[in-house]
Design a protein around this ligand. Structure first.
Ligand code: NDP
Ligand code: KPL
Length: 311
């Protein structure tokens, strides 16, 4: 199948590279210095699962030059969603799927509105990967999982074919029969993990070990559960307890991509994570003070490291 990676960053670059390495037909969309490096030196991945180098990849900043795709793997940061969605329109044929591995729960609403619901396949990913320098993706540990599925729960030909390609490429992949719930399940955990690791500026270990930050983490996740349930997502009422038990099983040094971005002075996705929970809670009449606090505290950093004005 013809795959196009829209946004060759930590997520798109890692999974696209694994698929290309396995011999699948993958084209990449990138920009800036990263694009230049990918053109000049190819795509490198540094990973505990094995480094790889693809010296010659099909890469462009203009998706319109790539012809039709069978599946677009959508991996831009959330603030770039609208622009990137417009750019991929020329890739769409009648049966083309677009699967976003972005975080958050609003991404597919944006894609549906711009591209049409028939093109949108739901997805989440579990990985810690970043652009280490132009042309080089660094994978931090051995986690590299994709979960995806059609919103109507059927196993379509495009979903099955992508699953087969992932398995062939050594990617841990799973088809979900209830992808909306799968996305919200990850969202509950991610909002807790990203909110706490970023505001505390520490990995999860000390946060879960301290009774006060542990209780706050539970409250953050519980607010997401309440919002989800109010919107009709079938999460159990005690799902935050389940996620807290899950938090106890992850490595103590685990952190979030948002914490990484904060430490590097990058723009933050907080408005689409805790901020989105607070906005939805307000609209639904559900109190979300913990998520509101995270959004308000991180607002100072949400556009990147604030400059210091000489006084
Ligand atoms: N990194 C991770 O480990 C994980 C990330 N996620 C989620 O995945 C999504 C992507 O994150 P991540 O991979 O870290 O992001 P990155 O910033 O590493 O990668 C995104 C890339 O897409 C490029 N890009 C954006 N818009 C365009 C465009 N219109 N044309 C060409 N290139 C474009 C960016 O360029 P530029 O730098 O110039 O903006 C950047 O190189 C986010 O929603 C994130 O939350 C989910 C799980 C784990
Ligand atoms: C929870 C995690 C680390 C899993 O991929 C993630 O999605 C993120 O930090 O953005």
């Amino acid at each position: 199948m013809r795959l196009v990676v829209m946004g060759t960053g930590g997520v798109g670059g890692y999974f696209g590279a694994r698929l290309a390495e396995a011999g699948h037909d993958v084209a990449f969309v990138a920009r800036g210095r990263h694009l230049e490096a990918l053109r000049d030196k190819g795509l490198r991945v540094q990973s505990p699962l094995g480094d790889l180098h693809l010296p010659h990849i099909e890469v462009t900043d203009d998706p319109a030059t790539l012809g039709q795709a069978d599946l677009v793997l959508f991996g831009v940061k959330l603030w770039d969603t609208e622009g990137a969605a417009e750019q991929i329109k020329p890739l769409l044929g009648t049966h083309t799927g677009v699967v976003s591995f972005q975080n958050g729960v609003v991404k597919d609403d944006i894609l549906r509105a711009r591209l049409g619901a028939e093109h949108v396949v739901g997805g989440v990913c579990y990985i810690a990967a970043t652009i280490a320098e132009p042309g080089i993706i660094r994978h931090a540990n051995t986690l590299q999982k994709l979960v995806f599925g059609e919103y109507d729960g059927t196993t379509s030909q495009r979903v099955q074919a992508f699953h087969d390609a992932c398995v062939d490429a050594g990617i841990d992949a799973e088809i979900s029969a209830d992808i909306e719930r799968t996305i919200w399940e990850k969202f509950v955990f991610l909002v807790g993990l990203s909110g706490l690791t970023s505001t505390v500026r520490a990995p999860i270990g000390p946060i879960r070990d301290n009774p006060r930050s542990r209780a706050f983490l539970h409250d953050v996740m519980d607010e997401v559960v309440r919002v989800a349930r109010a919107q009709g997502v079938s999460l159990p009422a005690d799902y935050a307890d389940d996620r807290l038990a899950f938090v106890d099983q992850v490595p103590a040094d685990m952190t979030s991509s948002m914490h990484f971005d904060l430490e590097h002075g990058n723009r933050l996705e907080v408005a689409w994570l805790s901020g989105d929970v607070a906005d939805r809670g307000k609209a639904l009449g559900i109190p979300t003070p913990a998520n509101r606090a995270i959004m308000d505290l991180l607002a100072v950093h949400s556009d990147g490291r604030p400059g210091v004005t000489a006084g």
